[in-house]
Design a protein. Structure first.
Length: 124
């Protein structure tokens, strides 16, 4: 359920028909040069506490409608990733290139991502 829009945007000449859904592109926020220097380059330091930019990364929403299960969702994702990395070698197949679809509502590879998994044999 999305909040309804107003008949017009206050203090602008922009008019959006009432009831039109508005989606925020999380990919678009992530590569917006107004928030990030060199947004297309992978730089994990930009997420350090000292470089924190409020509201520039909002995968769980923001404000009073923010997802109440954000911490649980993040914890589950970390656990699944840790278990996969503990038990498997994972790599992307060489004959496959992944491209993001920047016009998509969701961040997803245009033609999917093909991975191979090899179980790590635990020596005891």
């Amino acid at each position: 359920m999305w909040p309804e829009t107003f008949a017009h945007i206050p203090n602008t000449d922009i008019i959006i028909e009432k009831g039109t859904p508005i989606y925020i592109s999380l990919y678009g926020l992530g590569v917006d040069s107004r928030f990030w220097d060199e947004p297309e380059i992978y730089n994990p330091d930009r997420f350090a506490e000292s470089n924190h930019i409020t509201d520039a990364y909002i995968p769980f929403g923001i404000g009073p409608r923010m997802c109440i299960a954000m911490k649980v969702g993040q914890l589950h994702a970390k656990i699944v990733l840790a278990l996969l990395l503990r038990d498997y070698e994972i790599w992307q197949t060489k004959d496959n290139e992944s491209f993001l679809n920047p016009r998509s509502t969701f961040t997803a590879a245009r033609n999917g991502i093909y991975l191979q998994f090899r179980k790590i044999v635990q020596m005891t």
